[in-house]
Ligand binder design. Structure first.
Ligand code: HEM
Length: 82
């Protein structure tokens, strides 16, 4: 299995805009979704609400993400672990 770099939540929180890269966490995984922001079916504005932090509070409100294909897509953007 590939080894990933470890990041703190503080480091993730420094990546909250396309200029600074857009990072999010899901569980203990860290993702750089900058290149997905403009492709998001729910719009760039919505995905940026989670920038720099955890996806779970938002995905709890939008059940459309509770599908295997969404997690498979997210996995492609993994860059590290907490
Ligand atoms: C839809 C991915 C973050 C709101 C979707 C869909 C995908 C996706 C693949 C389409 C699902 C389908 O129809 O089968 C992601 C990823 C995210 C993310 C990878 C983070 C990295 C967010 C956030 C919000 C959000 C933070 C809200 C604050 C929505 C909404 C839709 C949607 C409202 C439905 C759009 C529609 O069908 O009109 N998302 N999402 N998403 N997402 Fe996200």
């Amino acid at each position: 299995a590939p080894r990933y770099p470890r990041y703190t939540r503080e480091e993730v929180g420094r990546h909250r805009s396309p200029q600074d890269r857009v990072w999010v966490t899901h569980g203990t995984d860290v993702f750089d979704v900058t290149d997905f922001v403009e492709l998001h079916p729910g719009g760039a504005d919505k995905i940026l609400l989670a920038a720099g932090g955890a996806l779970e509070p938002f995905w709890a409100l939008y059940a459309v993400h509770s599908q295997p294909h969404v997690l498979e897509l997210l996995r492609e953007y993994k860059v590290g672990e907490l």
